[in-house]
Design a protein around this ligand. Structure first.
Ligand code: NAP
Length: 212
């Protein structure tokens, strides 16, 4: 069955993961590409996941959507030995919690303003939720929390809306400096990444963590 043409917001479209998703969808759907830095890359909408108020306004201005996908969210690596008790703003964990975790949670919450009945929301976590790496405790915390939130929140969504999270391992095309933090990890092809987001859109699943 050929899927109908959907109107999709893709946040993080200019990134490594976002480009995989873009390539898998753009030929058959109306994809609105969004990213953080208005001066960078080729995107249509500037949007900051960490600015909750602006997020709601930007989505409302966008009009009805069939799907919202996030392939964005920043978090910081840091050795546990350097981590100190600190408030969220001062903590080495603050960026991940405020940007990657709450940014994507807020995106999903804001999406309810514009999502058509039966619409789909797909977020992005990462393999460290279950496969730890040195210096990645903060990232593991954020990814694990995001996956748990998706599983639980999906059970309360009305209007046939679906909520899933893709948890990629190391993605092909990731810069060498970032790859160095994942020794021994096999790279996942762009095609497999794109297919995981397609499954979230079209296979009817909800509350799932798709590990790829
Ligand atoms: N690459 C991997 O192997 C891999 C594996 C597992 C999970 N992930 C996760 O997937 C997500 C994307 O990773 P990536 O490697 O594709 O990163 P990337 O290449 O650095 O791209 C990040 C994308 O997200 C956008 N972005 C960043 N912060 C944002 C914010 N606050 N609001 C809106 N957009 C924002 C960036 O926009 P600008 O370009 O305008 O800054 C860019 O489009 C991250 O959460 C990462 O942890 C990545």
């Amino acid at each position: 069955m050929t899927p109908v043409r959907l109107r999709i917001l893709l946040v993080g479209a200019t990134g490594v993961v976002g480009r995989c998703v873009w390539h898998s969808l753009q030929a058959s759907h109306d994809v609105i590409s969004a990213s953080l830095d208005p001066a960078q890359g080729d995107h249509q909408v500037q949007l900051d996941l960490s600015d909750a108020d602006a997020l709601v306004t930007t989505l409302k201005n966008m009009g009805p959507l069939d799907a919202v996908i996030s392939a964005a969210g920043r978090a910081r690596f840091g050795a546990l030995a350097d981590a100190r008790p600190a408030s969220l703003d001062a903590s080495v964990y603050g960026l991940g919690l405020q940007d990657k975790l709450m940014g994507q949670v807020n995106l999903a919450l804001a999406a309810r303003e514009v999502l058509r009945p039966g619409g789909s929301i797909t977020l992005t976590s990462g393999t460290t939720s279950t496969e730890p790496v040195l210096g990645g405790a903060g990232l593991s915390m954020v990814n694990g929390a995001l996956e748990s939130w998706v599983c639980a929140a999906a059970t309360e969504l009305p209007q046939g809306w679906r909520l899933n999270v893709v948890s990629p391992s190391l993605v092909e095309g990731t810069p060498a400096a970032a790859c160095a933090a994942f020794p021994g990890f096999e790279k996942v092809s762009a095609e497999r990444i794109g297919l995981a987001y397609m499954r979230c859109l079209f296979s009817g699943i909800t509350g799932h963590v798709l590990r790829v």
